[in-house]
Design a protein around this ligand. Structure first.
Ligand code: NDP
Ligand code: MG
Length: 395
């Protein structure tokens, strides 16, 4: 296969390291650039292994320290820092593929830069679609960028779509798609008595039964806000009305999502719960390459169960689905308030059960308006963060 030049944004994270693991198994990927926030030690060893042209960190001091260490080790990698450098390594003419795996709202601008410059974008950062789904997908259509979902559910849905729908967005109903079944594990608290949820700790919330992920998304999985965000993500990615997306609890995380067709057929994608599967799929699409993940052994797998979600147990899921239906300003504000609430919970400042209260309180205080530009989305994001901080401080 042809050599492909790739930038990995968020290289030191859970998705970032899995991406480099898949890349290291094949010789037709050349790493163009890697980015991290503050983990210079891991970025250093990744630079020595993959010899990228550029490494980008968030701040100047960390960049200087990495620069010195790389020079000492005889590396040719050039170190840069800051938001502009991130967008540059996502849009440079020399880049073919961008893995967008920064966590949270910080991932929006570089992912958007990749979408605007016509790259093949492997999109893990669901927050960028939640915040700016409309504008993001429009940018991709305008530039000819190909957006391949990395989120395991959306990657599964993508794999179950008819081939023409994989190449061009929209009109799924015209191709016989009736609805999308978005599976959710239910997280670590699926069966915890509801009255005990107010005393769960960050360590318990971060211990996902099937997946090993970063802390923010792990808390989101425990509250099922992750599924709320994914509900919104699915609507924008596949141009679906909220009524065409249904959440199904599937505690084993073996079926990663499904597509139901007009004739009653349901197509599912199954696999081990290992992010290297969707990453390898997207890296190679429309071909297939090895991922390093274990193959499924269905006869020794636990029984597969499917249940309806209990929205009273998981108010964050309800909030996410409501925001999808409301559209406009709601998803960006929901995302911002959730990031603040999750950080406050991880810092021991609020209870797990306060997370949905911070979010609904924030949404109630922000004036409803239609975001028509990225600048306006960033303004909404900042406003919602300020309100959410105030509310969280009051608990
Ligand atoms: P991690 O927390 O493990 O990693 C996040 C990465 O982003 C790290 O490289 C981190 O650098 C970097 N980063 C963090 N904050 C900033 C910032 N302010 N500016 C620039 N870079 C930053 O996250 P995950 O890998 O778990 O998740 C990444 C994205 O993928 C998220 O949007 C998540 O929702 C999505 N996703 C993740 C899945 C998973 O299995 N983990 C599954 C599906 C989706 P540093 O290490 O230096 O802090
Ligand atoms: Mg997911």
């Amino acid at each position: 296969p042809e050599i492909q030049s790739i930038t990995v944004l968020g290289a030191t994270g859970s998705v970032g390291t899995s991406t480099l693991d898949v890349i290291s198994r094949h010789d037709h990927f050349r790493v163009y650039a890697l980015s991290a926030h503050s983990n210079t030690a891991l970025l250093l060893s990744q630079c020595l292994q993959f010899e990228p042209q550029y490494a980008v960190l968030t701040d100047e001091d960390a960049a200087e320290s990495l620069r010195l260490q790389l020079r000492k080790a005889g590396s040719q990698t050039e170190v840069q820092w800051g938001a502009e450098a991130l967008s540059r390594i996502a849009s440079d003419a020399d880049v073919d593929v961008v893995m967008a795996a920064i966590v949270g709202a910080a991932g929006l601008l570089p992912a958007l830069a990749a979408a605007q410059s016509g790259k093949k974008v492997l999109l893990a950062n669901k927050e960028s679609l939640v915040m700016a789904g409309e504008l993001f997908m429009q940018a991709a259509v305008a530039s000819g960028a190909v957006i391949l979902p990395i989120d395991s559910e959306h990657n599964a849905i993508f794999q179950c779509l008819p081939a023409p729908a994989q190449s061009a967005r929209g009109n799924l109903a015209g191709q016989g798609v009736r609805k999308v079944l978005l599976t959710a594990s239910g997280g670590p608290f699926l069966h915890t008595p509801v009255e005990q949820l107010h005393e769960v700790t960050p360590a318990q919330a971060c211990k996902h039964p099937n997946w090993d992920m970063g802390r923010k998304i792990s808390v989101d999985s425990a509250s099922m806000m992750n599924k709320g965000l994914e509900f919104i993500e699915a609507c924008y990615l596949f141009d679906l009305a909220p009524e065409a997306v249904e959440v199904v609890i599937h505690p084993q995380s073996i079926v990663h999502s499904m597509v139901e067709y007009a004739d009653g057929s349901v197509l599912a994608q199954l696999g081990s719960p290992d992010m290297r599967v969707p990453i390898a799929h997207a890296l190679a699409w429309p071909e297939r390459i090895a991922s390093g993940a274990d193959f499924l052994s269905l006869v020794t797998s636990p029984d597969l169960q499917f249940l309806a979600p209990d929205l009273s147990r998981f108010p964050c899921l309800q909030l996410g689905m409501d925001a999808a239906r409301q559209g406009g300003y709601a998803p960006a504000c929901l995302n911002a308030a959730n990031e603040i609430a999750v950080a406050a919970f991880l810092a021991g400042q609020i209870r797990f059960t306060d997370i949905p209260r911070v979010i609904s309180g924030t949404l109630a205080q922000i004036t409803c308006r239609q975001p028509v530009s990225i600048a306006m989305i960033q303004q909404l994001d900042a406003e919602a963060r300020a309100v959410a901080c105030d509310i969280a401080a009051g608990f």
